[in-house]
Design a protein around this ligand. Structure first.
Ligand code: C2E
Ligand code: MG
Ligand code: MG
Ligand code: MG
Length: 295
């Protein structure tokens, strides 16, 4: 009996592995065609500043969306596959160009100070000519460099190479700013915060989620906010969903927030209609026009 149960478990294990590998392969080949088939879209999530209770819009983060067989696939599932196959280099270039174009368009339509945040993969920075590409995209779309914020993660900084450091300095020299995303979840040595030309720290939403009820999360977010401030970095809290979290963050001196409380990521057309006032600000609670370029 035991023997047959063991066999079943083994069969189950192999099956699981098989279907995971099969899914991986299926996604990989579908993703290789997704750009040409125009299956990607960008959604934009507002980044707001709360001041005296009245929030205003600072910028938007572009977030990649993919529909496969008419079903949305989560970025946490398809982005690792794009990175693995290095297809992220081509897709990331499309994201960068499309986000810069869209935000420039909103700026010209009256959101003059709106900034654009774009996530970068390490694979993109490993391209020798990344800074050149970046300069070209800015020139072609007309987006001012100071209106662009590139988000990188701690894992990227762990690839502590001369080349990476040079590349980040070239980006900063263009006038483009850099944010360290999901801060607190990686294994970044704090020395990196000084060594790299960073402007913004984004506190990972896992710490915000449990605040202000969980004492450990409160202590960690408070420490991160203090660290950012004393290093002269702007601090943005991600994943703000409840008003108690805003109160807590403001009390800690962190006034720049992003999360479902203000708005989930939305298609460009939905934000557009909010900007022209042809749609009510439902979900975008009392949001005023963009006023400054960075948190
Ligand atoms: P991220 O850069 O940290 O983006 C924030 C994620 O948190 C987004 O998930 C967003 O939808 C989600 N989020 C925002 N507010 C809330 C909230 O209040 N509560 C909760 N529970 N979640 C919230 P999304 O869109 O699924 O993206 C996941 C990750 O995929 C991103 O995390 C980023 O690392 C990566 N990603 C997305 N687009 C791109 C891209 O164009 N290029 C690269 N390299 N990575 C991307
Ligand atoms: Mg991000
Ligand atoms: Mg993040
Ligand atoms: Mg995150």
């Amino acid at each position: 009996r035991a023997k047959s149960a063991g066999k079943d478990q083994f069969a189950l294990f192999c099956d699981g592995l098989h279907s995971k590998a099969a899914r991986q392969l299926e996604l990989e080949s579908a993703l290789a065609q997704a750009l040409a088939r125009r299956e990607f879209a960008l959604h934009y999530q507002p980044i707001c500043r709360v001041e005296h209770g009245q929030p205003y819009l600072l910028g938007v983060e572009a977030l990649l969306r993919w529909r496969f067989n008419d079903t949305p696939v989560a970025p946490s599932e398809f982005i690792p596959v794009l990175e693995e196959s290095r297809e992220i280099v081509r897709v990331g270039e499309w994201v960068l160009r499309e986000a810069c174009r869209q935000v420039r368009c909103w700026q010209q339509a009256g959101q003059t100070q709106l900034y654009c945040a774009v996530n970068l993969s390490i694979r993109q920075l490993q391209q020798v000519d990344f800074a050149e590409l970046l300069a070209r995209v800015l020139r072609e779309t007309g987006l001012p460099p100071h209106s662009l914020l590139l988000e990188i993660t701690e894992t990227l900084l762990m690839h502590d190479s001369e080349m990476m450091l040079n590349c980040l300095h070239e980006i900063a020299a263009l006038g483009v700013r850099l944010a360290l995303d999901d801060f607190g979840t990686g294994y970044c040595s704090l020395g990196y915060l000084k060594r790299y030309p960073l402007h913004v720290l984004k506190v990972d939403r896992s710490f915000i989620a449990a605040a202000p009820d969980d004492a450990d999360s409160v202590a960690i977010s408070r420490a991160i906010i203090g660290l950012g401030q004393s290093l002269g970095l702007a601090v943005v809290a991600e994943g703000v969903e409840r008003s108690e979290q805003i109160e807590f963050l403001v009390a800690q001196g962190c006034q720049t927030v992003q999360g479902y409380w203000f708005s989930p990521p939305r298609p460009a057309a939905e934000l557009q209609s909010l900007f022209d006032g042809t749609r009510s600000a439902d979900g975008l609670w009392g949001l005023r026009h963009a006023r400054q370029t960075l948190p």
